[in-house]
Design a protein around this ligand. Sequence first.
Ligand SMILES: NC(=O)c1ccc[n+]([C@@H]2O[C@H](COP(=O)([O-])OP(=O)(O)OC[C@H]3O[C@@H](n4cnc5c(N)ncnc54)[C@H](OP(=O)(O)O)[C@@H]3O)[C@@H](O)[C@H]2O)c1
Length: 298
Amino acid sequence: MRVFLTGATGFIGTAIVPELINSGHQVLGLARSDAGAKSLRDAGAQVHRGDIEDLESLRSGAAMSDGVIHTAFNHDFSKYQANCEADRRAIEALGSVLIGSDRPLVVTSGTAMTARPGSLATEDDAPAPSSAIPRSASEEAAEAAAARGVRASVVRLPQVHDRVKHGLVTVLIAVAREKGVSAYVGDGRNRWPAVHVLDTAPLYRLALEKGSSGARYHAVAEEGVPLREIAEAIGRGLKVPVVSKSPEEAAGHFGWLGFFVGGDAPASSVLTQQRLGWRPTQQPGLIADLDHATAFES
Ligand SMILES: NC(=O)c1ccc[n+]([C@@H]2O[C@H](COP(=O)([O-])OP(=O)(O)OC[C@H]3O[C@@H](n4cnc5c(N)ncnc54)[C@H](OP(=O)(O)O)[C@@H]3O)[C@@H](O)[C@H]2O)c1
């Protein structure tokens, strides 16, 4: 297939490009800068210049392709809700040129969409409405596209890590460095799921090749890593004390991240593994990557 890949220059997109090429696909990667275009060409991809806010650039890229994987997202958290609504419009635009064809559209969401704290989220759990969790806009847009005859599916991601980046844990490291302590909330037994970045790429490919319309897939290797273990790994890395904060102290200590840090959000990928034959391979787990994180190198 010729695959239009948005976010092709990002953390996860950079892993998807070689996965697709090595599996015999061609990649048409979205780039908004000369540097991004060069990095895509160097990786063996073709370049489509555009921007996720330029909906015509998305429609024309999708129209030139046999399938679309959408991973671009504006991560300016000061405008989070607006960015989630921009993602809804981007997915609508991508889907609009795929209606009535069998050309797949794979979009990106998170495993924490189901808003049932403490229960193991599965692929069959519908997302909470975007009025409650703004990022659900991405899944709502995929569902709407599927209802209009697009073979649209969703890949939900947990904390995606390697030794350089670790999802929201990267932000936790910055907070710990700034405050001089590595903190968790309460007893720290609440859990975040995780996956190595190299394990995400085969799942996007399988969803593209075999995904069902309306399906949700979970890229989960570790169902739940306790926040206390994450805080302890950060404490080891930065050589700072590890402390507990009460739920009342969390917002003051962690800022905007306080809402998430105390959350218990385990997630399963059992159904994804059954339905697509995806298996997370032998990549390091989150704590092992944190124990070798470049952020802690002096
Ligand atoms: N990493 C995680 O742990 C995690 C967890 C849950 C969900 N996700 C989701 O997974 C997806 C990929 O995340 P990531 O970690 O790969 O993010 P990332 O490293 O921040 O990459 C974001 C990508 O989006 C592109 N982009 C941003 N704004 C754009 C715009 N206005 N026009 C065109 N392209 C634009 C960036 O292009 P430039 O290279 O030009 O900046 C880059 O290619 C996102 O939807 C993210 O929310 C990630």
